[in-house]
Design a protein around this ligand. Structure first.
Ligand code: FAD
Length: 324
């Protein structure tokens, strides 16, 4: 079996920052495995500006931010990048199995950094009743369709959830000619940044319904309407407040779940509520030499903090190897 000094899984901003700092800390054999065709992670589909204010004192788009790290990774001969490599299994002893074009391979890592990011919560997880028509997308999927595939997911849209991804997509859809009828948020306060409420909703005249929820999705083949109802402080629906909006698309933007199923296979202790590793310190897990960083460790608001903390993971892995 192939053995490598440091293996990093995930080529988003977290994995790239960890790779660069591990190299700067003296690690000379680094394998970076990424399932997608390109490095950059979720940043590749974030074409809006708002990245890098702290890290670079500049207002960059996601791909521009990623590019600054891709260049540093590519320039380092000690970092071997394997794109289109999907890690499917992680066994105790830091043994990884991954799919690549033409077969399945196994590698043992002396130290391992997992930087696998998050996946989105789905409609099913918040249990919105109604039919199961086409036209219900998670916000990140809609973002990928628009910004990478060049497809418009719909023309009359209701967004569920007021986190930053939902707000940014409300603006993106408006810019591309769709009508965003409402952003519906069950909490009393929006969960996204104030600047995104102003720039993504107020500037486009998109109504935000706080303390409201989507109570039903209608439609047979495609979404035709949603029912919306106000919520009382007690958590129950307020009577006689319901109304309907005719729409063909519903975007669900109700939070992210750290992707940690692989480390669970390897026996790492997980906090069931957050799906993150039980940890004594930043990036540490219950398995020595196995670190988790970026959105897989905790859901970060901004990428600059991901970079900062993931660079620490690279140094921690280097220290573990040096001590070993
Ligand atoms: C819609 C949206 C808008 C955002 N807007 C902003 C903003 O304006 N400003 C800002 O600062 N931040 C923003 N962010 C946040 C920022 O993008 C994230 O914090 C950051 O991308 C997290 O980095 P990461 O490397 O942890 O995860 P990711 O970027 O998700 O990277 C994880 C990588 O791991 C790979 N991977 C996962 N599993 C495997 C596997 N089994 N095998 C191989 N590879 C695997 C994935 O393909 C991916 O490339 C936004 C995020 C989203 C989703």
């Amino acid at each position: 079996m192939d053995e490598r000094e440091l293996v990093i899984v995930g080529g988003g901003p977290a994995g790239m920052a960890a790779a660069v700092s591990a190299r700067e800390s003296g690690v000379r054999d680094i394998l970076l495995l990424e399932r997608d065709t390109h490095l950059g992670g979720i940043l590749n589909q974030c074409v809006h500006p708002g990245f890098g204010l702290r890290q670079f004192k500049a207002m960059l788009t996601g791909p521009e931010y990623a590019d600054r790290f891709i260049r540093r990774v590519s320039a380092a001969p000690e970092i071997e990048v394997s794109a289109r490599y999907f890690v499917a299994e992680l066994k105790p002893g830091k043994v990884l199995t991954y799919f690549q074009r033409g077969g399945i391979s196994t590698v043992r890592a002396r130290a391992l950094v997992m930087a696998t990011g998050c996946r989105e919560r789905t409609r099913e997880m918040i249990q919105i009743p109604g039919t199961r028509p086409a036209g219900v997308f998670s916000a990140g999927l809609a973002q990928r369709m628009m910004n990478i595939e060049g497809l418009l997911p719909g023309r009359r849209v209701v967004v569920i959830g007021s986190g930053d991804i939902g707000l940014i997509m409300a603006r993106r859809l408006s810019l591309e000619g769709a009508t965003v009828l409402a952003v519906v948020e069950i909490q009393r306060q929006p969960s996204g940044l104030r600047r995104n409420i102003v720039q993504c909703l107020d500037d486009f005249g998109i109504p935000l319904y706080l303390s409201h929820r989507v109570a039903w999705i209608h439609g047979r083949d495609r979404v035709t309407a949603v029912d919306i109802v106000a919520m009382k402080e007690s958590g129950f629906e307020a009577p006689d407040t319901g109304f309907s909006l005719d729409c063909d698309t519903v975007l669900v933007s109700v939070g992210l779940i750290p992707e940690n199923e692989l480390i669970e296979m390897a026996g790492v202790e997980l906090d069931r509520r957050s799906n993150t590793p039980v940890s004594s310190d930043l990036n540490y897990t219950s398995v020595p030499g196995l670190f988790v960083c970026g959105n897989a460790f905790r859901v970060y608001d901004i990428v600059d903090s991901v970079t900062l903390d993931s660079a620490i993971a690279g140094r921690q892995a280097a220290q573990y190897l040096a001590a070993g």
